[in-house]
Write a protein that binds this ligand. Structure first.
Ligand code: ZN
Length: 208
C-alpha cells in the first residue's frame, strides 16, 4: 500500500534518479554495442550460449552476448537495493509494479543480432501483460512524469511525421504518449493488452 504524500514525493525523486541512471546505463550499453559492431571479430568471439530463435528484424540466427543472465540478475539486485534504501522498506504487491517488479524482470541474456545489431532479451517464458495489475493511485501519481518525458522528445519525434499524421502506438501503456502526440497535431491510437493500463488511458481520453 502507498504510505502517504511525503513518501510519494520522495519516491518520485527516486524515480527520476532511477531514470537518469537507466539513461546513463543505456548510453553505456549503446557505446559498448557500437564498439563491438565496429570490431567484427567480436561478432564471432562472443556468441550467445543457447539462443535458438532468429532475429525478429532480419531473421539471422547469429548473435553475440551483450549482458549475461548473471549480470542482469546482479543489476536487478542492485536496483532492488537502491529502491529499498530510498523508500525505507521493500515495496511489495501493486506498489512494486514497474519499480522492482517487471513483466520481463527475471534474469535473461541480453543479446544483439550479429548482422543488424538489434538488441533483445532472450527468455523462454511467455509474457502475460493482459493480467498485469496496476494501482490506480500510483498510475495517477506517475502519469505527469510520463507526460513530461514524452514532451521532451518533441524536437526529435516531430521530424518523423507531418501534422495530422495517424499514429499507432503498440504497447501504449497508460497513454501518456497518446496525449502528448495529440498536442503535436498527430492523431494517435494506442494498442495494448494491459487491462488496467488501457482502462486508465481511456479514462484520460485516449483512443486505445
Ligand atoms: Zn538482425
Amino acid at each position: 500500500m502507498l504510505r502517504g504524500p511525503d513518501q510519494l514525493m520522495q519516491r518520485s525523486g527516486d524515480l527520476e534518479r532511477s531514470a537518469q541512471f537507466a539513461l546513463s546505463f543505456a548510453d553505456t550499453l549503446d557505446k559498448s554495442l557500437g564498439q563491438r559492431l565496429n570490431q567484427s571479430s567480436y561478432l564471432w568471439t562472443l556468441p550467445c550460449s543457447n539462443v535458438r530463435v532468429s532475429c525478429p528484424l532480419c531473421g539471422t540466427m547469429s548473435c553475440f552476448l551483450v549482458r549475461s543472465a548473471r549480470e542482469v540478475e546482479r543489476e536487478s539486485r542492485f536496483r532492488a537495493r537502491f529502491v529499498e534504501a530510498r523508500l525505507g522498506y521493500p515495496p511489495s504487491g501493486l506498489e512494486a509494479m514497474d519499480l522492482t517488479q517487471f513483466m520481463h524482470g527475471g534474469p535473461a541474456e541480453i543479446v544483439a543480432c550479429a548482422l543488424c545489431g538489434t538488441v533483445r532479451r532472450y527468455e523462454e517464458q511467455t509474457a502475460q501483460y493482459e493480467s498485469d495489475r496496476y494501482d490506480n493511485a500510483l498510475m495517477r501519481h506517475l502519469y505527469p512524469r510520463y507526460l513530461d518525458a514524452f514532451a521532451l522528445k518533441r524536437a526529435h519525434f516531430q521530424t518523423f511525421l507531418p501534422a495530422s499524421a495517424e499514429v499507432l502506438e503498440v504497447g501504449s501503456h497508460v497513454g501518456a504518449f497518446l496525449e502528448i502526440a495529440e498536442t503535436w497535431g498527430w492523431k494517435p491510437v494506442g494498442l495494448d493488452v494491459g487491462r488496467d493500463t488501457s482502462a486508465f488511458a481511456r479514462r484520460r481520453g485516449g483512443s486505445v
